[in-house]
Design a protein around this ligand. Structure first.
Ligand code: UD1
Length: 422
């Protein structure tokens, strides 16, 4: 059976949407529970496919988990394996995070080279190089990374690029490395900062997260804790764009961590869109008849997030003039442009830049999600398009959006999930 979204567009949207906890903060947090056996309560973990996939891997390793009323309980006292099965790892890129956690905790790991969204080459060389600099021996055997370390020894690691999950892996491994681990050119994303806070709460001697250089002094033991996951800045950005898509919309987005969205908010303002604060962390999105074209360039945090690039491209199809959107992080992140053009957009891709001519009315058509964010962006374009849009491959969207259909229906969107023979 093939599941798809069927959307009737052009309905003015009105009401409140609450942002869930961040998927990309939850995934490393789940892995970090391996660093100290015990019972953890993680509040606000979103119930999305990627999270369940990580939890299935945790179960395989010997952990027990349960979603209680408002938190996820993970018990890692019974961990008895350090190997991640291929069937699960191949579904999720973030499974690479088990590498740092397992090597840190048990000095050994077997982790298949990961799968995940097809947005680019996405190699893991920084992860491997960093761990071997810490003293781990790593070999590739039948697609599995096999890591062993007699002991880990702190050293200075310079990342070629501030990779998010490589930084997170090295932070986790560094917690148990003898002496001091220094990670230079570290990623500064809010999810990295969150992991830093979590590790510190667990007793790690770690500082500098959120800055270019992270310092960790290894410890013998950490302890289990309770912690609340930060709001999902990408989900927040998704719904802010949704609010701006049509002049008639009156959408309030709740639980927005404004500080994490500085660059996207600046871009919205340049477009002539305003965010009116209507409560603590709640914003009403307002726009006039027309929106202005802007140029967007993705960059590591605090630059413009690559994960919000497709949503801004959709919004810019409605701007009066030509916009340039440049993707600097992943090489395959314009696959959705073809689908968007079929809906009436006028976008040309030249190397790393999409040239968007607006405003173009959009009309419903069948489209295919090419990755998680692009898929959600196509749903947004369906909501401001005439007639019916059918979005296929919705499993990709469900990887990262909690209650997507319910949240959208809650503000009046006409969207439903249907099943058909494939
Ligand atoms: C994380 C996010 C993802 C987001 C991305 C960039 C999670 C689970 N995922 O992905 O949603 O889009 O950050 O903000 O948090 N690279 C290498 N070698 C490596 C590692 C990375 O060349 O060993 C390159 C990648 O191909 C890419 C760039 O570095 O061009 C950044 O990727 P990275 O920050 O590692 O992304 P992820 O951590 O996979």
């Amino acid at each position: 059976m093939e599941r798809k979204y069927v959307i009737r567009g052009k309905k003015p949207l009105k009401g409140e949407i609450e942002v869930s906890g961040a998927k990309n903060a939850s995934l490393p947090a789940i892995c970090a529970t391996l660093l100290a056996p015990g019972i953890y309560k993680l509040k606000k973990v979103p119930k999305v496919r990627d999270v369940f996939c990580m939890l299935r891997i945790m179960e395989h390793l010997g952990a027990v988990y349960k979603f209680e009323k408002d938190y996820l309980k993970i018990d890692t006292t019974g961990i008895n394996r350090a190997s991640v099965p291929y069937e699960l790892a191949s579904q999720i890129r973030a499974s690479i995070l088990f590498l740092g956690a397992l090597v840190g905790a048990f000095k050994e790991a077997e982790v298949p080279l990961p799968g995940g969204c097809a947005i680019g080459k996405r190699p893991v060389d920084f992860h491997i190089r960093g761990l071997s600099q810490l003293g781990a021996e790593i070999k590739l055997d039948k697609g599995n990374l096999i890591v062993k370390a007699k002991k880990l020894k702190g050293t200075e690691i310079v990342l070629d690029f501030p990779s998010v999950t490589a930084t997170e892996n090295l932070m986790m491994a560094g917690c148990f490395a003898e002496g001091e681990t220094i990670i230079k050119n570290a990623a500064k994303e809010p999810e990295v900062v969150f992991l830093g806070e979590m590790l510190k709460k667990m007793g790690a001697n770690i500082k500098g997260y959120g800055e270019d250089t992270i310092y960790i002094k290894g410890k013998k033991k950490l302890k289990s804790i309770n912690i609340k996951i930060i709001p999902d800045r990408i989900e927040a950005g998704t719904y802010l764009v949704l609010g701006a898509l049509m002049e008639e919309n009156e959408v309030v987005v709740k639980n927005v961590e404004e500080e994490h969205l500085e660059t996207p908010i600046i871009k919205l303002e340049e477009m002539g869109i305003t965010l009116e604060k209507v409560g603590k962390n709640s914003f009403l999105v307002k726009r006039g008849k027309s929106i202005f074209p802007v140029n967007v360039m993705t960059a590591p945090y605090p630059g413009f997030p690559t994960d919000l690039q497709p949503f801004f491209a959709v919004l810019l199809t409605q701007a009066e003039g030509i916009s340039f959107v440049t993707e600097n992080i992943f090489e395959n992140r314009f696959l959705y442009v073809f689908e968007l053009n079929r809906m009436g957009a006028d976008i040309k891709v030249e190397e790393k830049t999409a040239i968007i001519k607006g405003p173009t009315p959009l009309t419903g058509s069948p489209v295919k999600a090419t990755d998680l964010r692009a898929g959600a962006a196509l749903v947004l374009s369906g909501l401001c398009a005439e007639n019916t849009t059918t979005v296929y491959n919705i499993e990709l969207i469900e990887r990262g959006y909690e209650n997507f259909v319910k949240k959208l229906s809650g503000v009046g969107a006409e969207i439903k999930v249907t099943e058909s023979e494939s």
